[in-house]
Design a protein around this ligand. Structure first.
Ligand code: TPP
Ligand code: MG
Length: 304
């Protein structure tokens, strides 16, 4: 895939004055997406922070049509929108789900899997900020191991590993799935263009900075996103019909603690006695990365 280095937004499709928090990833993500997809696009939004950011009609934030829907059913709603547009002969109008991790990994999971299995011609975007942020930072199955949320009050933190959504989505044998980061804009935009052009069910999972939820400095959102990729905590890769391709191999691997120590949601792990938890997270990250390398190697031999 040829990278697109020209990533300055020339054709702005988002109005000024977003309702997002400072340093939130949702707005930047949607600005880039909307500039690529155009004004005809139909956005289907289940309950998530973007339901608020999108704004109430007629003061919508994006130039396009917005359909708000229930938490569990965005892919089903998008399926209906797609069928209606096709019936009207508008086969080229993109239908896009904009969902959070809670709406994707958990409550909308069956609906997403159904749409992927049926091969619906929709683009699914998941902004993975690692918790139910809009309702006050509750744990989801995307929440990283070790993170403190409001469902683990006091000294508590999440003690299970996040679900491998990409592995599960990829196993549906869909034509295109990829991870992306706002800190790697050329890669992100190239993937958005690719996801726009492919027919069938496509999914992009974007790492979502969330200063109030991650307890981070809003000015550091992009730097932390870069660290998440460079530490292999959020690797950049694509899956096409179950074949994996890694898009960024860090020149040197930074320890996970470099990315974690700037996030207040992990601060309890840096207290004496919790060293073993940081070691476990490093081991898990190393293991996940080696597994990804293996998947890529197997995919290459499958192609050859
Ligand atoms: C059936 C149902 N349960 C709970 C809610 C309340 N609710 C609205 S948004 C939200 C959190 C969404 O989290 P996520 O999908 O991760 O998106 P984020 O807010 O983090 O962008 C919840 C729990 C709801 N709207 N509907
Ligand atoms: Mg979330």
């Amino acid at each position: 895939m040829e990278p697109l280095y020209d990533f300055v937004i020339k054709d702005e499709k988002v109005y000024s004055g977003a309702l997002s928090c400072r340093g939130c990833g949702w707005s930047l993500l949607v600005r880039h997406l909307a500039s690529i997809l155009g004004e005809e696009t139909v956005y289907v939004i289940p309950a998530c922070c973007f339901s608020i950011i999108a704004g109430p009609y007629p003061m919508n934030d994006i130039k396009g049509s917005i359909v708000h829907t229930v938490f569990a059913a965005a892919p089903a709603t998008a399926t209906g929108m797609r069928a209606a547009l096709d019936r009207q002969g508008k086969k080229d109008v993109p239908v896009v789900v904009l969902a959070g991790d809670g709406g994707t990994f958990d409550i909308g999971f069956q609906s997403m899997s159904g749409a992927a299995s049926r091969g619906e011609n929709i683009l699914y975007i998941v902004n993975n900020n690692g918790a139910y942020m809009n309702t006050g930072i509750q744990t989801s199955t995307a929440t990283p191991y070790g993170a403190a949320t409001t469902t683990n009050p006091g000294e508590g933190y999440k003690k299970t590993w996040p679900k491998d959504l990409m592995g599960i989505v990829g196993a549906h044998n869909i034509p295109y799935a990829a991870t992306a980061s706002l800190a790697f804009m050329e890669d992100l935009r190239t993937k958005m263009v690719r996801a726009k052009d492919v027919k069938g069910f496509r999914l992009l999972m974007i790492d979502g900075p969330c200063p109030p939820g991650h307890k981070t400095d809003p000015a550091l959102s992009i730097s932390i996103g870069r660290l998440a990729v460079e530490t292999n905590m959020f690797p950049l890769f694509e899956i096409e019909h179950m074949k994996y391709k890694i898009n960024h191999v860090p020149e040197r691997t930074y320890p996970v603690t470099d990315c974690m120590k700037v996030q207040g949601r992990f601060k309890h792990l840096f207290k004496e006695g919790n060293e073993h938890v940081l070691e476990e997270i490093q081991e898990h990250t190393d293991h996940t990365w080696s597994r990804l390398l293996e998947m890529e190697k197997m995919s290459q031999s499958a192609i050859a």
